[in-house]
Design a protein around this ligand. Sequence first.
Ligand SMILES: NC(=O)c1ccc[n+]([C@@H]2O[C@H](COP(=O)([O-])OP(=O)(O)OC[C@H]3O[C@@H](n4cnc5c(N)ncnc54)[C@H](O)[C@@H]3O)[C@@H](O)[C@H]2O)c1
Length: 314
Amino acid sequence: MNDINSVVIYGPGVMGASMAQIFAQYGYNTTLLGRSDKSIEKAVNLMDINQDSLVKAGHLTKEESERIKKSINFTTDYSCFNNAQYIIETIIEDMEIKKDFYRYISFAAPKDCIIVTNTSGLSVSEMAKELKYPERFAGMHWINPPHLVPLIEIIKGENTSNETIKTVKEVCRSIHKKAVVVKKECAGFIFNRLQYAILREAAYIAQNGWADIEDIDEVVRFGLGMRYACIGPFRVADIGGLDTFEKISRYLVPELSKEENIPLLTETVCGKGGYGVKNGLGFYDYSNGKDKEAIAERDKRFLEILDKFYKEYL
Ligand SMILES: NC(=O)c1ccc[n+]([C@@H]2O[C@H](COP(=O)([O-])OP(=O)(O)OC[C@H]3O[C@@H](n4cnc5c(N)ncnc54)[C@H](O)[C@@H]3O)[C@@H](O)[C@H]2O)c1
């Protein structure tokens, strides 16, 4: 680990751009690689927006922000893999495209290089089948927006070595992130299994007309969210009284959604071309600048929470 002082991030999208600024901030020699000049341009714009909110909140000075941005090596030249020590793949969430990359990188990267994927929940072991040295490969799942959310899930694939897990943990520590290891991989890991269980149930409540989406969001923000920012579901149950939780679970769990789909998401919104802030139409309306307002408001609140509760992860 002491030898790792540089990273190559492949995929200059929402996640890659934000990761690059963190590694640069903590002194890593950082390369952000994209397939085209256009994708790099997009990343530079995203980074400007991210850095602006950090400067406005007083987390970085303008000078520090400029230094961070200038220190990043933006490139479309794949030879940056030749001497890589630590590669993060954060390209499109598509198993076949990711596998193509792993077939290529297996030969392009040095054999002692650590390689990680930022997949949201695809099988790390399946990707590792394409690698010559699968023991040096793991999942490193960041949460959006990476420059503000402290958590990183580290996923141990079937052939990932303990040494690799230890190194990825050390990398997380060096960039002030909270690492949690998923010791045996499962689809969606921990974060997305929990997130999608809530999204499915939230959509089920709305689909059945039991409450409006605005009110469901408020219940999470002012109730569940506040609890879970401080203690997890097992601690909540312990403190609430397990006998009471047990009684409720007996009549309520059979009532919860068991749908294999989320029709409100796939049909009502996505099916009509709504992709959220990306194109202005989602569960809420983001036309006429409301997209930027929503992101700015989110970042402001996340920064307030970081300041108050997670100072050591700044
Ligand atoms: N957005 C999130 O909330 C989030 C959170 C955690 C993890 N992730 C994961 O991070 C990865 C990237 O997601 P994102 O949100 O940054 O996506 P994005 O769409 O913003 O960026 C994807 C990047 O992949 C590149 N790309 C597209 N097709 C490609 C191909 N055929 N070959 C090589 N590169 C290609 C694009 O140019 C772009 O730079 C995915 O695996 C995703 O599941 C996303």
